[in-house]
Write a protein of this length. Structure first.
Length: 71
């Protein structure tokens, strides 16, 4: 995440990551806003900044809407 931000010239404060299992832990820790899916790992949910509904309930769309990322 740090390399990608550096390459793109993006500040860490402008980053989010969405995950659902513990293999996403480092990614969520490396960004400003870490989001875990509601059907994701309970351990990951504990460290996430936000929890969004599962994909089957349009979770990504809904969290993008909440974070005002939709055009």
């Amino acid at each position: 995440m740090e390399r990608l931000c550096e390459f793109l010239g993006v500040s860490r404060t402008d980053t989010i990551a969405v995950g659902d299992s513990m293999n996403d832990l480092e990614m969520l820790q490396a960004v400003e806003t870490g989001v875990c899916m509601a059907n994701g790992s309970p351990s990951l949910q504990k460290i996430a900044d936000l929890i969004c509904p599962p994909v089957t309930e349009d979770g990504l769309y809904r969290i993008f809407e909440t974070l005002q990322l939709l055009l």
